[in-house]
Write a protein that binds this ligand. Structure first.
Ligand code: GLN
Length: 298
């Protein structure tokens, strides 16, 4: 039997919020306390004077210390929600970001066939592929990742959620079986290797393989844009996430490769975050660009 600690939820949350150095310190503390007590976050508001047990207080203290040391909440909980799907996460992949949901929305808006063949390159946890599978059960979705642990994690998530995605190990297109897709989607690494963000916040605990892409952050995006036409049907779409300041460079990659109707769209924070285009094998190089999005972004 464990005894009450005489510490209330509100006492623990108030003290942890001041110790955790994050923009979302109160939310972080609530998620950690919810994890150890099994109580929902709304419960803490409705019942702030609820006393936790000694064991719960000790478990919470250990998590708060890890969070103080900078470890991401998603790693401490072993999961992260994306598109309302509870995904398992691990240190071998990127933690899915809310802004990547905008990429999912953009993909769902495309005029694709009912049984579209879709490829998610560098799937990590499987976030994008699984979100698409949850919305479009008729799509045939393949997801790949170069990292064996990520492949296992994405398969695990796919099985736990009961969503059908074929997950294969491949470094971009290198080890895929030949085929043509109606849509290729990707959130590749795109941070320049010397970017100061890499030394701040959660990204310090995520693998460089999921974040960093050469000196200008464009190495993987360039490879994907170069090779995608060999894997797209006529009129097939390529949709990629990129950095807030990379829209012009990525648009240029799409245009010079011959993609048509190239467009940049924004994320929840109104930052340029993704670019898409359509592939026709007879398209003239440097097709005209419509950049509907980029007006008010930084
Ligand atoms: N947008 C992420 C960040 O800034 C990086 C994601 C990525 O490299 N694909 O932390």
């Amino acid at each position: 039997m464990t005894s009450k600690s005489s510490l209330t939820c509100e006492m623990l949350l108030t003290s942890a919020s001041t110790r955790i150095d994050s923009d979302s310190s109160r939310l972080d503390a609530e998620l950690l306390l919810s994890h150890v007590t099994g109580l929902s976050r709304t419960r803490f508001r409705a019942w702030p004077e609820h006393e936790v047990t000694d064991v719960q207080a000790a478990a919470f203290e250990a998590l708060v210390q890890d969070r103080e040391a900078g470890r991401p909440v998603a790693h401490l909980l072993g999961r992260q929600e994306f598109w309302s799907l509870p995904l398992k996460v691990s240190a071998c992949t990127l933690i899915p970001r809310p802004d990547t949901e905008c990429l999912v929305e953009a993909a769902l808006d495309l005029p694709l066939p009912k049984q579209a063949c879709v490829l998610d390159l560098g799937t990590g946890t499987g976030a994008i592929a699984l979100a698409l599978a949850s919305e479009r059960p008729d799509w045939r979705i393949t997801a790949c990742d170069a990292v064996a642990e990520a492949v296992a994690l994405a398969r695990d998530n796919s099985n736990s959620l009961g969503l059908t995605v074929t997950v294969v190990q491949s470094s971009w297109f290198a080890d895929l079986e030949t085929g043509r897709f109606d849509l290729i989607v990707s959130n590749p690494p795109y941070i320049p290797e010397n970017d100061h963000h890499l030394k701040e916040g959660d990204v310090r605990f995520e693998p460089a393989s999921a974040l960093v892409s050469g000196r200008d952050g464009l190495k993987d995006l360039q490879l994907i844009v170069d090779q995608a036409p060999g894997w797209l049907v006529e009129g097939g779409w390529l949709l990629v996430e990129h950095g807030f300041d990379q829209a012009q460079a990525v648009t240029e990659l799409f245009r010079s490769r011959g993609f048509a109707g190239v467009e940049t769209r924004q994320d929840y924070g109104k930052q340029d975050r993704m670019t898409l285009g359509q592939w026709y094998s007879d398209a003239p190089v440097n097709a005209p660009v419509s950049n509907r999005g980029g007006v008010d972004a930084q």
